[in-house]
Design a protein around this ligand. Structure first.
Ligand SMILES: NC(=O)c1ccc[n+]([C@@H]2O[C@H](COP(=O)([O-])OP(=O)(O)OC[C@H]3O[C@@H](n4cnc5c(N)ncnc54)[C@H](OP(=O)(O)O)[C@@H]3O)[C@@H](O)[C@H]2O)c1
Length: 149
């Protein structure tokens, strides 16, 4: 299992990652940062998210999670030290118990309903802020990197 399992997401001010399961995310401003950080590492995503991806994600192995898969078995098969869990909400919740880090980029939006960052049952955990990336500081877009403790 990788020593770093990083959940990464763009979120609204009220904790949503999409308006609905099939939304193609066009409001995220930090896609280039996502590409740079995930390049060369396996990325795990749910089947709904796979259907919404229009951009090519070359340079990284894409692992599509299905409900019949066992998250630990998927993680155990990964050879590298780092992998990313890139959504959506159901997949984030399923992999949360194994995650070591959370990278979130809040956007200046509120949705009245949608897909939460974790769409499923999760346990309470504590987070330590380890890094802040001023991606578009003039627009107030920062990525917050947390270690899960
Ligand atoms: N803002 C961001 O950073 C960001 C990042 C990624 C995605 N998104 C958005 O998130 C949305 C998709 O999120 P999502 O939560 O709907 O889907 P998802 O996590 O991408 O995919 C759903 C996953 O849950 C499984 N599943 C479905 N029903 C289940 C059940 N009853 N029990 C157990 N597992 C079940 C599915 O398996 P099966 O394949 O077997 O059905 C699939 O693996 C899209 O709009 C996408 O654009 C946003």
């Amino acid at each position: 299992m990788p020593s770093q399992i990083i959940i990464i997401a763009a979120i609204t001010m009220n904790g949503y990652i999409a308006r609905h399961s099939h939304e193609i995310i066009s409001w995220s401003k930090d896609l280039p940062l996502f590409k740079k950080q995930t390049l060369g590492h396996p990325i795990i995503m749910g089947s709904n998210t796979k259907k919404t991806i229009l951009n090519d994600l070359k340079g990284r192995e894409i692992i599509v999670f299905h409900r019949s898969d066992k998250p630990k078995e998927i993680l155990d098969k990964i050879n590298g030290d780092i992998c990313f869990v890139v959504g959506g909400g159901k997949t984030n919740a399923i992999f949360y118990q194994y995650a070591t880090h959370l990278y979130i980029t809040p956007h200046h939006l509120i949705f009245n309903k949608g897909i939460p960052l974790f769409d499923g049952e999760i346990n309470e955990k504590k987070f330590k802020l380890i890094n802040t990336i001023p991606y578009l500081p003039n627009e107030g877009i920062f990525q917050y990197q947390y270690k899960i403790i």
